[in-house]
Ligand binder design. Structure first.
Ligand code: FAD
Length: 470
């Protein structure tokens, strides 16, 4: 009986856990250190903008429809356009989490809430011949791959009970998936940003992010704007809608978008360079206040001093909902990226896979769902002794996973990639991967023999392999 542990319950961890359960893994454990799933997805909400529409439809055709069904069920607006972006869906951040949690539980995943993994128990095994003698490129430097790989035997974790953390408890498993994201912890937000601004990840209450690859001694990569400016500010804040003028709320409720031009003296173009979401770094985002309706008023800038904001007509009473100190700064991300292959196996650790922001500077919920799903699916294959799956480059989802890895090797760690804009969306358009026709996408996935691949139970496949004496 296979047991797989997923650490981190953001969009990537949730997708990994669902993929594992669908593949037929008997015992799937999902650890989340806070009291809610979805991580940064609790304050995001933009889906299906530009190439994310294509990626979402590819994933549905591949057999991972659940996250997108949840988003559709909790959508406040569909087919929304805003500067540089078309046909977006905006999900309601106040409704999505319980909806997704129910789906995860329906799949029989054992969800460990308020359980923070803080250590691993390791053993050493010889690296497979194919991996010996090679190099990883980290921050532009060639690092020799070790002759021995590590293997995780168990994770150790603490549970939060009121003010106390109880533990450590130990859980052994066959395979592990790391989806801990790259936000914080507090010390990193202080070092690379403007300090802890009390974001939705709530490190002071639940403890900071702990990297599983880091605990295994894997040299992790740091992204940012450039080698002198490491880390990236999260690119949006949330204002409490009721604190804004009625005409703003009315426009948001009716159309999903409200754009308010900024007076010249308030425009700060420099701030755009430090933004994690480079797809929202066009000049319109510096020259205007761009608000989107995700239940809160999503303010498409990393931070904006409150006193200054309140000088703008309509914002006289504005209050931040996330981060609480959105007038000062935002959470800092991309400080702990794992080296990985296109199966999403982490370099140097035999039985560790990664998804979401851990898997590279791929920004977004859709992107986290894509990599989380493949990491979970391949963890199931590994646990069952089946060959791993690489998604083909004829699909945007396969191409993005491979492209980002190539870009990192060529110094692309200081860029961000997303189906919705900047470098990668340009590539989708140029290579014909951006397709807005559902039937064409389904036919393409079918022609690749991959229809429903993530929905198939792998257990019978393993039994037929065993019968064939493989
Ligand atoms: C403010 C903000 C707004 C955004 N808006 C959008 C948007 O509108 N649309 C969009 O597509 N993208 C948006 N993004 C980006 C998007 O949210 C992320 O790229 C994506 O969701 C990352 O998912 P993840 O699962 O990799 O990581 P995360 O969302 O960071 O989740 C990681 C989870 O792991 C948990 N964790 C960490 N360490 C441990 C541990 N040791 N043990 C147990 N649990 C642990 C954390 O508590 C967290 O819940 C936004 C991001 C931010 C911060």
């Amino acid at each position: 009986m296979a047991r797989v542990v997923v650490v981190g319950g953001g969009w990537s961890g949730v997708s990994a856990a669902i993929a594992l359960a669908k593949a037929g893994v008997e015992e799937v454990h999902l650890f989340e250190k806070t009291d809610q799933l979805l991580g940064t997805g609790l304050v995001g909400g933009i889906m299906r903008n530009n190439g994310r529409w294509t990626a979402a439809e590819e994933m549905i055709a591949l057999g991972m429809g659940e996250p997108f069904e949840a988003v559709d069920a909790c959508a406040r607006h569909k087919d929304v356009n805003f500067p540089g972006h078309e046909h977006a869906t905006l999900y309601d951040v106040t409704r999505i989490e319980p909806y997704v949690r129910r789906i995860v539980e329906q799949y029989g995943v054992q969800v460990h809430m308020m359980s923070r993994v803080t250590d691993v128990i390791l053993e050493e095994v010889p690296a497979p011949p194919s991996e010996r003698g090679g190099f990883w490129t980290l921050l532009g430097q060639r690092v020799p791959k070790p002759a021995k790989n590590k293997r995780i035997r168990a994770v150790q974790y603490y549970e939060k009970h009121g003010a106390d953390f109880r533990g450590p408890y130990t859980l052994e498993a066959d395979v592990f998936v790391e989806t801990t994201g790259t936000v914080g912890p507090q010390s990193e937000c202080a070092r690379y940003g403007n300090g802890c601004v009390m974001c939705v990840i709530r490190c002071p209450t639940f403890g900071g992010r702990v990297s599983i690859a880091g605990l295994c001694g894997v040299p992790e990569m740091i992204g940012g704007a450039n080698p002198e400016s490491l880390g990236s500010f999260s690119g949006s804040c949330k204002l409490i809608k009721e604190s804004l003028a009625p005409w703003i709320v009315e426009e948001l409720d009716r159309t999903g978008v409200c754009i308010v031009p900024l007076p010249d003296e308030m425009i700060d173009r420099e701030k755009l360079k430090k933004k994690a979401c480079q797809q929202y770094a066009g000049k319109e985002f510096a020259e205007n206040i761009v608000l989107l309706d995700t239940g809160h008023a999503k303010l498409m800038t990393s931070y904006f001093p409150l006193e200054k904001l309140r000088r703008i007509p309509g914002f006289e009473n504005a209050r931040y909902d996330d981060p609480y100190s959105g007038g000062i700064g935002n959470s800092v991300r991309y400080l702990a990226i794992s080296p990985r292959d296109n199966y999403l196996r982490v370099g140097g650790v035999e039985n560790l896979f990664c998804g979401g922001e851990k898997a590279g500077p791929l920004v977004g919920h859709t992107e986290a769902i894509v990599t989380g799903t493949l990491a979970g699916h391949n963890a199931a294959r590994y646990a069952l002794g089946l060959p791993l799956l690489e998604l083909p480059r004829q699909l945007a989802v396969g191409d993005a996973i491979a492209f980002v890895n190539e870009q990192i090797r060529e110094g692309g760690l200081f860029k961000k990639y997303t189906f919705s804009g900047a470098t990668y969306f340009d590539r989708m358009v140029a290579t014909g991967l951006y397709i807005m026709d559902r039937d064409m996408i389904r036919a393409k996935v079918e022609s690749l023999g991959l229809t429903g691949v993530f929905a198939r139970r792998l257990v019978p496949a393993r039994e037929s392999l065993l019968l064939a004496g493989d």
